[in-house]
Design a protein around this ligand. Sequence first.
Ligand SMILES: Cc1ncc(COP(=O)(O)O)c(C=O)c1O
Length: 139
Amino acid sequence: MNRAEVERLRAATAGCARVIHFNHAGASLPSQASLDAIREQLQREALGGPMEAVDQSIQARARTAAATLLNTGPEAIAFASSGSAAWGMAFNALGPWQTGDRILVGRHEWGGNLACIAGPSAPVHNWRSSPATKRARCP
Ligand SMILES: Cc1ncc(COP(=O)(O)O)c(C=O)c1O
């Protein structure tokens, strides 16, 4: 992606002109195209009913677009209702975890991810900060 493409994308995202936004883990600034799509969907739901407004092809098209963006196939793309839900599914797919397994996390790990690690399917007993996690700080 070159500078002109970055500028084009920034221009298509109104918030970029107002703030420097780093909280993409929480949620990114929506582009005008995203806002338009959300408005159109809400309008369809308002006029025809939320269940009736479901368009199954949207997810398939989004999967293909995400796969193209990530240079992979659509079969490698999964969607979830939230980042936490997706992270939890990916984490749980790594198991089954056994008592005594060690999971190293950074000092700034998202609390929701820690709660998932500590959940009933992940018997983690020894919460402490290791030297490795202390060294992993960003400069
Ligand atoms: C760093 C970080 N990780 C994960 C999440 C959770 O994302 P979601 O609300 O999509 O579950 C957030 C939400 O703010 C976050 O800031």
